[in-house]
Design a protein around this ligand. Structure first.
Ligand code: ZN
Length: 656
């Protein structure tokens, strides 16, 4: 019995959890109770992907005792004591952390409770006519709870209002609307809950104006000369990401200070927790004026509130979320977009009703506490490329794919730049499926096309807000003797391997220089993945070798030009990557080709061919991604080496 009830609970949790109209940023919670126990979504879990292990199990008797107890009036002391009692009320076998809203679920006398913060419901609960509208639309089927401080105070408020209700009703309400918060829906079955939710939604939907669309709109190209500076202003202590978003809804709100005043104040404590109570609006259009205004407003904000802002809007450009990692920035932008929708929709119910300055100050105090705690701890595991933003060109296969994955594992945000859309997107989605704090972003890029490279940099800035490492890795190889080589093929190889490197550097450097201006102690890196053929000529492979030699010349020259901006420019020269597709591809890899053409006398299998080539390496094996990564991390971490070509060849090539 319990088992089937819990699987129904998981199912309905997923149903609402994946719907952004109901649940954003892992908010909301669901519960099931029998006579003795309650199972509720644990803290830190999200409804969208919760499993039975994500439910906390508590003893109802112990929770009821908490309802009778007297707690201290000091909020910090009180909430700490409530939390300790909640933990003590857990079932002996429980391992999950119960959330602060558990006691609210316990109060409601139905087996199933689904609590969410739906956008359309909050169009009412966050409006001036909230109470009136709830009564008009839902009559005596709904209980309305005016706003109070969250936590224990909210609990006592709901408890007292329910007791009042029970004096005049025979059954409990199945809808409880909480002002500036959301709704609790309760029922005997999850089917009943779905029915009630859909009745609520149908009733409200009819009264709402249509929302401006939220399909992505392009971000003004001037953002490349603004956002890297903003990211630096915010990265005084630790490197942040700054993601920008634009769509019709955002466009409406950032069109003027007047429009933006509709979201200058928060509606709910959740919004403050994710986005801070006050966003920053920049009413400028010239890039330099935007940077100046941002810098001034940042300092002013920190002085006034004791913590930095997180949300910035730039007039007629878009909405920016600044966070430690890209996933958090994305969540924050989702929360703020919901904030915009609610504000827009409240016009149907008398206009927006923001939290009062006193209520904001109460949450702000918690936030200052949390911020201090967060700064004090920050002991989470940090990778070798933690928080860095890296572009890898030619990232869809071979060394490029390996480097991209490795940088991501070590905490970097990676731009997967490649011409091959299918393979590139696969790498992007594979990395993002890991649900790490850092993200991957595919940008279709042709390094031989200036416009395409410029777009790659623009996309990088829009997604992550800056750049710390460029790995210029895209390359092609067409071997052939002088007789065989056509001018067209030679030109193509040169354009990818040589000109492509220049184009990437050309469009990346303004970003790196801008960052250096705002944060003069910051070192950034340009690393070309060269080759051992860039150090020594290669027989019947001159198109490739010549371009790679040229790459060393570019590296040395760029290094001289860019060192005043603390941009290090180095090349890594790997030996042959025998395990990569160029050599090992089962149909057209070099091992198969050399076996077919009899290039290695006496070889009968591709293994024989491979062994022949391995023997030519003093270290006895081919170069691997991990060898290249050690070289890359060395170049990134050191601060006294530039213009170098670092061989990673197992002793096959030595510098003279
Ligand atoms: Zn809630």
């Amino acid at each position: 019995m319990t088992e089937s009830a819990l699987s129904a609970l998981i199912e309905i949790s997923h149903f609402y959890g994946i719907d952004k109209d109901y649940v954003i940023a892992g908010g909301g919670n669901t519960s099931y109770k029998n006579d003795t126990d309650i199972w509720i979504k644990a803290s830190g879990q999200s409804l969208a992907d919760i499993t039975p292990e994500g439910l906390a199990r508590l003893l109802r008797k112990r929770l009821q005792e908490m309802g009778q107890k007297l707690y201290p009036t000091d909020p910090v002391q009180r909430e700490a004591e409530v939390k300790a009692d909640l933990y003590a009320a857990c079932h002996p076998g429980n391992t999950a952390r119960p959330s602060v809203e558990t006691s609210l679920h316990e109060l409601i006398r139905y087996p199933f409770v689904v609590h969410t913060h739906p956008t359309r419901v909050n169009a009412i609960t966050c409006s001036k006519d909230a109470e009136k509208s709830v009564h008009r639309l839902f009559g005596n089927k709904a209980l309305y709870i005016p706003f109070v401080d969250p936590g224990y105070v909210l609990f006592t408020q709901v408890r007292d209002r329910l007791n009042e209700w029970r004096a005049s009703h025979t059954t409990d309400p199945q809808m409880i609307f909480l002002q500036n918060h959301g709704v609790f829906v309760a029922g005997e079955t999850t089917l009943e809950i779905r029915q009630i939710y859909s009745d609520i939604d149908n009733t409200i939907r009819k009264l709402l104006p249509p929302l401006p669309g939220n399909n992505p709109l392009p971000v003004n190209s001037s953002i490349t000369s603004v956002l890297p500076a903003i990211r630096m202003i915010f990265s005084a202590d630790e490197m942040k990401v700054a993601s920008i978003r634009n769509n019709s809804l955002i466009e409406h709100f950032v069109a003027s200070p007047e429009n933006f005043s509709g979201v200058m104040m928060p509606f709910s404590p959740d919004q403050i927790v994710y986005c801070k109570a006050r966003p920053v609006f920049i009413n400028e259009s010239d890039p330099e004026a935007i940077i100046r205004s941002c810098s001034l407003q940042y300092t002013d904000y920190v002085n006034r509130f004791g913590y930095p802002p997180k949300m910035i809007a730039i007039r007629n450009i878009g909405l920016i979320g600044v966070e430690d990692h890209a996933r958090a920035a994305e969540t924050m932008l989702d929360v703020f977009e919901d904030w915009m929708k609610i504000s827009y929709l409240t016009t149907a119910f008398g206009g927006p009703n923001f939290m009062s300055p006193r209520d904001i100050a109460f949450i702000d105090n918690w936030e200052v506490e949390n911020y201090r705690r967060q700064v004090a701890k920050s002991s989470a595991h940090k990778g070798r490329a933690e928080g860095k933003i890296a572009i890898v060109t030619g990232a869809a296969s071979g060394f490029g794919a390996g480097i991209t994955k490795w940088l991501h594992t070590e905490g970097a945000h990676v731009v997967v730049a490649d011409l091959n859309e299918a393979a590139g997107k696969q790498i992007e989605s594979g990395l993002n499926a890991l649900r790490a704090r850092n993200k991957a972003c595919f940008v279709k890029t042709d390094v031989t096309d200036a416009a395409s490279v410029e777009r790659m940099v623009h996309e990088t800035i829009c997604t992550f807000g800056g750049l710390d490492v460029l790995i210029s890795n895209a390359g092609i190889l067409h071997a052939g003797s002088i007789d065989e080589m056509s001018p067209e093929t030679f030109d193509r190889v040169t354009r990818v391997n040589y000109t492509g490197y220049f184009l990437c550097v050309k469009y990346v450097v303004p970003v790196l220089k801008l960052q250096a201006r705002l944060k003069p102690d910051l070192f950034t890196d340009i690393i070309q993945i060269n080759s051992k053929s860039g150090l020594k000529g290669s027989n019947r492979n001159f198109a490739y070798s010549g371009g790679k030699f040229g790459g060393i010349g570019l590296t040395q020259s760029f290094a001289l030009e860019l060192i005043p901006f603390k941009v290090k420019v180095n090349a890594v020269c790997p030996g042959n990557f025998f395990e990569g597709p160029l050599w090992s591809h089962p149909e057209n890899g070099l091992f198969v080709q050399y076996l077919r053409t009899g290039k290695v006398p006496g070889a009968e299998t591709t293994q024989d061919v491979k062994a022949h080539y391995e023997k030519q390496v003093p270290a006895g094996r081919g170069c691997r991604v991990e060898d290249v990564m050690k070289a890359i991390f060395y170049l990134i971490e050191q601060e006294y080496e530039t213009g170098q070509a670092l061989p990673v060849t197992g002793g096959q090539e030595m510098l003279s």
